[in-house]
Design a protein around this ligand. Structure first.
Ligand SMILES: [Mn+2]
Length: 466
C-alpha cells in the first residue's frame, strides 16, 4: 500500500473526538471495529447492486467544489456526494473510489494542491488502512491507472465531466437505475452508522439546550441565537447538515426561515430546527419554546405541549411493518384532537371532520418526516410517490428494522394557508378570534431522530434533550 500524502495525518486514533463544549467527548475506541463491519456490509450491498446492474464495478467520485458565480473566484464549501461519504469521511474534491467486488477498494487520492488553500483534515483517521491509496493529480491520472479497463464499470457522482474524463461512456455515467439502487443501500443503517447518528444527535442537543436556556433567560436576536448554537456545537456555518432555522415569533410560520433578524426583539416564541454532523452523518432536531403571559401565550403553550405529546406518541408507534404514510395520517388524527383540546377548533367540529375537511393539512402542510443518514432528507425511503393529499411526504416506505427516521409534526399559522382556509367551507370549524391571536407566535414543530429496532424505538434525541 502506498502511504497517503504527508498532508494527511494518518496518525493513530485519538481516544475521543471532542466537539460540543461542556460535555464529555465521544469515545471512539470502538470505531475501527465498527467501521470494518460497516465496510463488509457496504461491500456486500454494493456487490449485489453490481450483479443486478450487470457491472464489474463502480467508480464513485468525491465531488467538485462549485463556484458561487462565474464573475468571481469564490467557491461554495465542498460537500462530498453521499455515495462517496457512505464509504469514507474524507472531504477532498477530485478523488474517486474504485469498488470492484472481491477486491480491496482503491482510493484515488487527489494530492494536487495550490498554495491558496488546502483540504480539511479528516475528523478521524480510522479509515485509511482499509483502502489501497493511489495518489493522483487529475482525472487523467485515474484514467491512466485504470489502463482503459473501464468497459464494465459505471461512474457515479455530481460531475459528469469528471466521470467522462475517466473514459467512461456516456450511458455509464450517472445511470438512473444504478443511482436508485445505490440510494436503497442507505435505507437501513449499520452499527457504525447508528453510532455516528447517535453522536450527531448528542452534538446537536448541546446546542439546542444552550439556545433554549438563553431564550428563556432574556431577549436576543435570531442571529445571536444562531451564533450561540454554532459555538456550542463547535460548527462553522457551512459545516452544519442544513442551514439552522432560527425563528422568533411570527417567523416560525416560515417553514425554512434562515434570514436571521439582527435586532434583539421581545420574543414570545422560538422555533429552532438545527442539527450537527459526526463523520459525515447528520442529525435533524426541532424544538419550540414559548414564554410570556396572557391568554394567547397560554393557548400557544398548550399547543406546544399538545404537539410534543402527540409527537412522542407517534415516535412510540414507529414500529416495523407499519407504512410511514399511515403514521403520517395518524399524526393528522392526533393533531385534530389537539386542536379540539386547545379550543382552536370549535366544539361542534368532530376530529374526523377536521381531517376530512382539510383543516389539519392547512395547519400542518409538510410531511411527518423522512429517512436520515448521510443526507438530511435521504431519498431511499421515497421510491414511490405519496397520495395526492400528502404531496410533501418524504417517506412512503414500510418501516423496517435499522431505519433511522425523523418524526416532526407541526402546527403553523401561515398567512397564505389561513386565507385559503378562511375562504373555504371548512372555515366554520375554527375559532378565528383565537387563530388571529396565535398568528404572532408563528407555529410549533417538534422533531426527534429515532432508530427502528426489533421492539422498542430507540429515540436518539430524547436521550440528550427533553
Ligand atoms: Mn427534518
Amino acid at each position: 500500500m502506498q502511504a497517503p500524502t504527508p498532508s494527511f495525518d494518518k496518525g493513530s486514533l485519538p481516544p475521543t473526538l471532542g466537539y460540543a463544549r461542556g460535555m464529555s467527548n465521544v469515545d471512539v475506541a470502538v470505531l475501527p471495529d465498527l467501521y470494518r463491519a460497516h465496510l463488509a456490509e457496504l461491500s456486500r450491498r454494493t456487490d449485489g447492486v453490481c450483479a443486478q446492474q450487470g457491472l464489474d464495478g463502480l467508480v464513485v467520485h468525491s465531488g467538485t467544489a462549485q463556484k458561487k458565480t462565474s464573475f468571481d473566484d469564490q467557491f461554495w464549501p465542498l460537500v462530498t456526494t453521499p455515495l462517496f461519504r457512505h464509504w469514507l469521511p474524507l472531504a477532498v474534491e477530485g478523488c474517486a473510489l474504485l469498488v470492484v467486488p472481491g477486491q480491496k477498494p482503491t482510493l484515488f487520492l487527489n494530492v494536487e494542491r495550490g498554495f491558496w488553500d488546502g483540504p480539511p483534515a479528516p475528523e478521524s483517521p480510522h479509515f485509511w488502512p482499509f483502502y489501497d491509496v493511489v495518489e493522483i493529480r487529475s482525472p487523467a491520472d485515474i484514467r491512466r491507472a485504470l489502463r482503459g479497463k473501464v468497459g464494465g464499470l459505471a461512474g457515479v457522482g455530481d460531475d459528469r465531466a469528471f466521470l467522462g474524463a475517466l473514459g467512461l461512456a456516456d450511458d455509464r455515467t450517472q445511470p438512473r437505475d444504478l443511482l436508485v439502487a445505490l440510494d436503497a443501500t442507505r435505507v437501513t443503517k449499520t452499527a457504525y452508522e447508528i453510532f455516528c447518528l447517535r453522536a450527531a444527535n448528542r452534538r446537536a442537543c448541546r446546542g439546542h439546550a444552550a439556545v433554549l436556556e438563553a431564550f428563556a433567560a432574556g431577549d436576543h436576536s435570531e442571529l445571536d441565537l444562531h451564533l450561540l448554537y454554532l459555538k456550542e456545537t463547535a460548527q462553522d456555518d457551512p459545516e452544519t447538515p442544513y442551514k439552522n432555522i432560527v425563528a422568533i415569533n411570527e417567523h416560525a410560520a416560515t417553514l425554512h426561515h434562515v434570514s436571521y433578524g439582527k435586532n434583539k426583539i421581545a420574543a414570545q416564541s422560538l422555533l429552532l430546527d438545527a442539527g450537527a454532523t459526526f463523520l459525515g452523518y447528520d442529525s435533524d432536531i426541532t424544538r419550540t419554546a414559548v414564554k410570556g403571559s396572557g391568554a394567547a401565550a397560554d393557548v400557544f403553550r398548550q399547543l406546544v405541549v399538545g404537539v410534543d405529546r402527540l409527537q412522542q406518541q407517534l415516535c412510540l408507534q414507529a414500529k416495523r411493518g407499519l407504512s410511514y404514510e399511515a403514521l403520517h395520517d395518524e399524526s393528522h388524527r392526533l393533531l385534530a384532537l389537539t386542536l379540539q383540546e386547545t379550543g382552536i377548533a370549535k366544539k361542534t367540529a368532530s376530529s374526523s371532520a377536521l381531517v376530512d375537511a382539510g383543516v389539519t393539512r392547512k395547519l400542518f402542510p409538510h410531511g411527518l418526516g423522512h429517512s436520515l443518514g448521510l443526507v438530511t432528507h435521504d431519498v431511499g425511503c421515497r421510491q414511490i410517490a405519496p397520495r395526492a393529499d400528502n404531496p410533501f411526504l418524504r417517506n412512503t416506505s414500510v418501516i423496517e428494522r435499522d431505519q433511522v427516521l425523523t418524526i416532526e409534526p407541526g402546527c403553523y399559522f401561515i398567512d397564505s394557508l389561513l386565507a385559503e382556509l378562511r375562504a373555504s367551507a371548512a372555515a366554520e370549524h375554527l375559532d378565528w378570534t383565537l387563530v388571529d391571536a396565535l398568528v404572532p407566535f408563528g407555529g410549533v414543530r417538534i422533531e426527534d431522530d429515532l432508530l427502528v429496532t426489533d421492539d422498542v424505538v430507540d429515540n436518539f434525541t430524547r436521550a440528550f434533550l427533553p
